[in-house]
Design a protein around this ligand. Sequence first.
Ligand code: NAD
Length: 490
Amino acid sequence: MAIATQALIDAGAVVPMLIGGEWSPSFTSGLRDVTNPVNDRVIAQIAYGGADEADAAADSAADAFRSWSNTSTRYRSDILRRTYELLLERAEAIGYILSLESGKLLPEAIGEIRFSAEYFRWFSEEIRRPQGEVFASEDQSRRQISISRPIGVAATLTPWNFPVSIQARKVAPALAAGCTVVARPSEKAPLAVAEVFRALVDAGIPKGVVNLIYGPASPQSNALIDHESVEVISFTGSTAVGSALMKRASARIVKCALELGGDAPFIIFSDADIDRAIQGLQIAKFRNNGQSCIAANRVFVASSIMDQVCDRLGKLTEAMSVGDPLGGEPVDLGPLIDQSRLREVDKIVREATSAGAYFLGGEPKMCDGPNYYRPGFLVNVAEECQLAREEVFGPVAGVFSFDDEEEVIERSNRTSMGLAGYAYTSDQGRIWRLSERIEVGILGINHPLPSVVYSPMGGLKRSGLGREGAHDGLAEYQETKYVSIGVEGL
Ligand code: NAD
């Protein structure tokens, strides 16, 4: 079906912001090109605002908060449910735009829109469940309750790698809770996410409840953090930026919910089903062209099966095709988001290879086109190299052998990050030990795709604060109010 953002792109029209219920063509910072990473050609232009637009959007959200926060849960639930239905109806058309602007494989892009829709469905239901407690009073002259109230205006600041689902997992619970929203997506993939806001408008959301702004990151984020009505900053992105935002937010004591970088271990024990583990690694490493915060980053293989697994990984990556996700031929990987990402991945690989690492199954090479990078696994990676210590955020990973469980747990935890991890084993006792001792917020055991809308997702250590999804994700946008009521006649 025809969707509005596609019509704007086809007409060469500017993709506007949404402020106070109006699609705003205001662009105090000019227009900004959005490019297709397959060939770096311009596919659209967005209106690029600045701090003024961030302030205007936060003012609108603050006005709208007065009434939205006092609507019935049934009313809000119905709008979220309708948004879910609209996103599902439009998933293929929105997914196409997402693939075009991000280089994601088309099935993954459409899957992301369907997954985003699920957040609206799940929170439309969760907000209809009890939202408070009645305490067992120890005093017959009083009763005590707690109620959940919306925290205020939420600023949702998101990256380019899952630009639609990461906004959805913030916006859906915020709206369900009764908060209003100012969303600032990444300038690198701003188009498909606009359709989430179009779906909300089409579903009947009142003016000002949701606002979408585009513009330079730092001035807009700072304006939102400093705005007197913004009470929660929900940010997903790098740890460095998350830390800077939290520092600024401390001046006004604004709540920060942070989903930050990862460095996921992927452990294959000798008792694992090796076919299943390799299939899982292919997904956990190469989904979204390797640019996922929960991507497998360091692969640990039991020494007794190291040769066998390395042989399989070499063959796997040699057989993988890299190309245009919308080019007609099926491909296993698309391009990286841009040149700076590609240069960063290449720098990490070069540092490792010059210290003695080598690729399994032949040297990865660049493909035709500016942003393609061949997938590959490297062995003999020196411990001091970035590849052994930090998130790559690209389709390569180091493979390391280990001798026993204790050792691999210690090595997995030897990182300041703690977002996700994976392990393949058939030992039930070990599954429990790993669940309790691997220092990550999200652990996939014998399964590479842990993300679901009804489970709490988030990081330990420097990977973040707070949880998204599940009831915990709703609670990020709620304040607990305690009420003590004097009672006579008992
Ligand atoms: P990034 O931190 O550079 O950018 C994220 C967002 O912040 C973008 O919208 C960007 O425009 C904005 N931004 C950049 N600099 C800023 C500044 N100085 N002040 C305010 N805003 C600023 O991250 P990225 O490169 O877009 O994404 C990759 C990182 O995000 C990786 O570390 C990845 O692990 C992490 N990530 C985490 C999750 C998660 O759920 N934990 C999900 C996706 C990505």
